[in-house]
Design a protein around this ligand. Structure first.
Ligand code: SF4
Length: 445
């Protein structure tokens, strides 16, 4: 995808002056190709060469920042077709749509629901990302009023949906400072919409009627000097949306620049179950933003859960911080449970300890986020790492006994762990589901 070191070298001045910090231009080119140097380090690159190198080093899918403040988020910057090739970079933004045909009370009630769509899963907070406001009334004043009402009641970035440039202008007078997404520039209105998006530096959706018309309109928009774009092929039928999303990603990765932007997909459906299914499909198939109607947790949580799975880096297990975790306000006589910092291991132990109503301390040893048996096999969950963690965290200073409990699957570690830590080592159940019985039968210090 990017240029090779030799291709970059051809564009450099070949003075070998060392001012870039490299001994030769060729060495600098190799560093650039590896992403370990910035072109600006060479003061002698010509404008023509800079243009070639800048454009070649641009990501296949442009990065687009949406909104301002703590709820701002990014989409795009993707580099692969399939997650297992590397990873997907920026999770799909989920937008819940309201209409300017709804009453003020209805809009406010729905926005309140959106604000509450916050889920705690394996120690991470997951939420939706945007509120979309549709100009279904066709009335510019109503649209602007609804946009203001929504903006006053949520911190989430907005997606403004209107094909009418005059209505969009009024809405942007209200919300432009927060950089909402402007939807949409078409072959008919792109000049006016680009003017508005430029004025507020807001991301602009370019909408086509098919991929060819989309690429043509994008080129016209870029010709007007605006590149902060999101793409909508115009398709609404499920199979066509999937085909277009896939083709856009494929062409973007081939560096076909008119399609090198993140996308938006509309899953809106009167049947909320179908809507969740459509939205989940679009999350899996490349949508940068997916728009839905439902603000009900039972319809949104499955989409968020799928998003979490798809956008988790497959090479990087989810880990919890290695520190002392207190379950149910433990006192000095509470048991000390040892596990790994793989999130699921920790949350299983924490959940089963809490369910057994046993106040306890949990110590997740840093195993780079891998689970008990895998970490043991890799030498990361060992007597040395357990003893070092106990010592570092000072957990035994908090209790009036000298016992630690290790998972039953690594009972073989007990002897040496006792030796290195100076603790009495109890072997717990192989599965944390057995903790309740274990506490009843064996926690009698
Ligand atoms: Fe070559 Fe530029 Fe580095 Fe000088 S500063 S060695 S010209 S790449």
């Amino acid at each position: 995808m990017g240029l090779t070191g030799l291709e970059i070298f051809k564009q450099l001045p070949k003075k070998n002056c060392k001012e870039c910090g490299q001994p030769t231009c060729l060495a600098f080119a190799m560093q650039l190709a590896a992403g370990k140097a910035a072109l600006d380090a060479c003061p002698y690159v010509s404008d023509a060469a800079r243009e070639v190198l800048d454009s070649a080093s641009a990501p296949p899918v442009a990065l687009v920042k949406i909104g301002v403040g703590e709820k701002a988020f990014e989409i795009g910057n993707e580099t692969v077709m399939f997650r297992h090739d590397k990873r997907f970079e920026h999770p799909t933004g989920i937008a819940i749509q309201v209409s300017d045909k709804m009453s003020a009370d209805e809009v406010k009630a729905k926005v309140d629901k959106v604000n509450k769509l916050v889920f705690d899963r394996v120690g991470q907070i997951h939420e939706v990302n945007m509120v979309a406001v549709a100009n279904d009334s066709g009335d510019a004043v109503k649209f602007a009023d609804t946009v203001k009402l929504v903006q006053d009641n949520t911190a989430y970035p907005l997606l403004l949906i209107s094909g009418d440039a005059a209505a969009m202008e009024k809405a942007l007078e209200v919300a432009g400072a927060n950089k909402p997404v402007v939807y949409a520039a078409t072959a008919d209105n792109y000049e006016a919409m680009v003017g508005l998006a430029k004025k507020y530096e807001a991301p602009l959706v370019v909408k086509g009627t098919d991929l060819n018309s989309l690429a043509e309109t994008v080129e016209k928009v870029v010709g007007l000097g605006y590149k902060n774009l999101i793409l909508d092929s115009g398709a609404r039928e499920l199979s066509k949306v999937i085909a277009d999303q896939t083709q856009i990603r494929r062409q973007a990765l081939k560096l076909f620049r008119p399609l090198g932007y993140p996308t938006i997909a509309f899953a809106n459906n009167d049947d909320p179950i179908m809507e969740s299914l459509y939205a989940s499909t679009f999350v899996a198939k490349y949508a940068g933003i997916v728009v839905v109607n439902s603000a009900e947790p039972e319809h949104i949580l499955p989409v968020i859960t799928l998003r979490l799975n798809i956008y988790t880096d497959p090479q990087k297990p989810i880990a919890v911080e290695t520190k002392i975790y207190e379950i149910l306000e433990p006192g000095p006589d509470a048991p000390v449970l040892i596990t790994t910092n793989f999130s699921l291991s920790y949350f299983n132990v924490a959940g089963d300890t809490e369910a057994s109503r046993m106040p306890a301390y949990i110590i997740p040893v840093d195993t780079d986020g891998i689970s008990v048996l895998t970490a043991w096999a890799a030498g990361k969950f060992s007597p040395e790492t357990i003893a070092a963690t106990i010592k570092k965290l000072g957990i035994m200073d908090k209790v009036n006994h000298n016992k630690i409990i290790i998972p039953g699957g690594v009972a073989v570690l007990s002897g040496q762990t006792a030796e290195l830590s100076g603790c009495e080592v109890l072997v717990g159940p192989r599965d944390s589901a057995g903790l309740n019985t274990f506490f009843k039968q064996q926690w009698n210090q």
